[in-house]
Design a protein around this ligand. Sequence first.
Ligand code: 4G3
Length: 255
Amino acid sequence: MYFAVISIFPEMFAAIREFGITGRAVAGNQVTIECINPRDYTTDNYRRIDERPFGGGPGMVMMAEPLAQAIEDAKLRAAKYGCRIDKAHCPVIYMSPQGQTLSENSVVSMAKFDGMILLCGRYEGIDERLLSQYVDMEVSLGDYVLTGGELPAMVVMDSVIRRLPDIMGDDKSAIQDSFVDGLLDCPHYTKPHEFADMRVPEVLLSGHHSNIAKWRFGQQVTRTQARRPDLWQAFTPTSEQAKWLKALAKENKAK
Ligand code: 4G3
């Protein structure tokens, strides 16, 4: 998969390019991350990318022209990497608090793109005409404001990369974690058997795989009910999960 990031702080992306599972995906060429600095597309001596807003007010606005050139270049580069250059296969995505909130479902659909061009704003935002001309999707991480779109762009890339086929390697937990089935994750335990006077739940040491699966599901249910009633409301069990729910309800009555 191909990612172009439009950002005035390209060095920030070492965080995702050089470390962990995403770093390995880049080193193994399953993923390409290219940074394009809009400052390189300025034509004035000061390499200005921001200006004061028309109509007045505090702060600065990113100018359309250097960003337009940077996006055009990103599209050429994406095509060289084999991306189909249209919004269905390689969209231009603007990271902004005004966007649609990122979710595991949207991450799964974004993992089907050939690539994407992630536009990172700074200051008060970007000239609206650039956005209407070039932006295909606007994505937000949630209802809070950051000093730039770089961290959100890295969050999008990280969440998408871990959804690509054959990326997680040994870690099969990829497909067995929170949200995959609409519930929060179960608790995890490892060595030692006892820590701070707390023992590992007996069932996990039993080797009885169906009991373990049922117990973990019960933990997911209890946690989701307690912490995220909104997710519990929306949850629809598979037929196996429906059986477990009945069995667990019976056990709880017995207690
Ligand atoms: C556009 C995204 C970009 C307008 C970006 C600020 C938070 C998010 C920016 C603007 C961002 C988010 C850059 N902050 N919630 N800052 O995903 O006012």
